[in-house]
Design a protein. Structure first.
Length: 367
């Protein structure tokens, strides 16, 4: 009853404990174990999993009896381990103590210094796509035409270009702010503004801008788009408030140029350049629309009357000049009379009645 036979398979190891102290590792095969006091035990563990997991792992490691059967890996707080199993990435080891069986499977552990927060590796794609890496790594992707502003523990570190950027967890507070560097259109709509002549109107404008200094854009103001929106509101009020309605409606381009000039100076302070500004709509109240329509109608009617009078005056002036010429040239007068008589004869039947005396002589003279 004090003698036991222990069978250990080729993929197993036996851990011999006596009186709760680790004594040795038993290889595969048959082993006789003498247990007189009842304080001897053998824990059989598999090597299919290359990691030795045991409640008394500290006793096993400190005993110094593992020898060449296993490798002990100690990772400090600032270190991580990349595990490659059969030349395939397996997992990431965090700080702690690990025991790795030798000989059964090809396992490699790559020590990495994680104090730098940012993680770079030649095989980073395989690492971040593996299952479970999210416990140790955080990934930030910067798309094309964008940049990322990296802050670590609140300090600005660098500007990240397009691509995938990976950082260690629990080594610092990592924050990446994405900034679009393409031309962007900001719609500034529904701005109720009063002109200098006390007319309320609503403006809709469009601002085209581009970020030229991403660091300024995220550090000088809290939200650069909101800041640009507010600056546009102020610029519109500053310009529209000094103009009469008639001038605004007559030349919207002048208003747009003045607003753009104001925005250019203000936006440069937080890393933006203004490419253009335009007025999309000017919306008037209903009663003001009706009044302006009547004004325009009256103006057009007056213009039409003026044109008619000018044409009548020109016609009368032409007739007066013709009469003067005919009066000074009797022969020309006779020719005009003959032309008139010819036209009458061509368009209708002409009967000429000749009487005696002066009438006959007159007609004969005309002919």
């Amino acid at each position: 009853m004090y003698l036991k036979r222990i069978k250990i398979r080729s993929f197993e190891k036996g851990l011999l404990f006596r009186d709760r102290e680790f004594k040795k590792i038993l290889d595969h095969g048959g082993h006789w174990c003498v247990d007189i006091t009842g304080k001897t035990r053998v824990d059989i563990v598999t090597m299919r999993d290359p990691w030795l997991v045991h409640d008394d792992l500290d006793l096993i490691v400190t005993s110094g009896l593992l020898g060449s059967d296993a490798e002990v890996i100690e990772l400090a707080d600032s270190e991580r381990g990349l595990v490659w199993l059969e030349n395939r990435f397996e997992k990431i080891l965090g700080p702690g103590r690990y025991v790795l069986w030798q000989g059964f499977k090809e396992v490699q552990v790559e020590r990495i210094d994680a104090s730098g927060v940012k993680f770079n590796h030649i095989k980073i794609r395989a690492i971040i796509e593996s299952e479970g890496c999210g416990h140790e790594l955080v990934t930030h992707r910067v798309e094309e035409n964008m940049v990322g502003i990296l802050f670590i523990d609140g300090d600005l570190r660098e500007v990240l270009g397009p691509g995938c950027h990976v950082f260690w967890r629990k080594t610092g507070d990592v924050k990446v702010l994405l900034v679009d560097t393409r031309q962007t259109i900001l719609d500034v709509g529904g701005q109720d503004i009063m002109t200098r002549d006390k007319v309320s109107l609503r403006l809709n404008g469009l601002v085209t801008y581009k970020v030229i200094d991403p660091v300024k854009a995220v550090t000088e103001v809290e939200h650069f788009q909101q800041s640009l929106y507010r600056e546009t509101q102020l610029a519109l009020r500053a310009v529209v408030g000094t103009k009469d309605l008639e001038l605004l409606l007559a030349d919207k381009d002048v208003l747009a140029v003045k607003v753009r000039d104001i925005l250019t100076d203000r936006a440069s302070a937080f890393g933006l350049t203004i490419i253009g500004f335009g007025i999309k709509d000017i919306i008037l109240p209903g009663d003001m629309k009706e009044l302006l329509n009547r004004v325009v109608e009256s103006q057009k009617a007056a213009e039409a009357n003026l044109i008619t009078r000018r044409e009548e005056t020109a016609a009368m002036r032409s007739q007066a000049n013709t009469a003067k010429i005919l009066d000074n040239n009797p022969t020309l007068m006779r020719l005009r009379e003959l032309e008139l008589l010819e036209k009458v004869a061509a368009s209708s039947k002409l009967n000429v009645v000749c009487g005696e005396g002066a009438l006959t002589s007159t007609v004969l003279k005309l002919i």
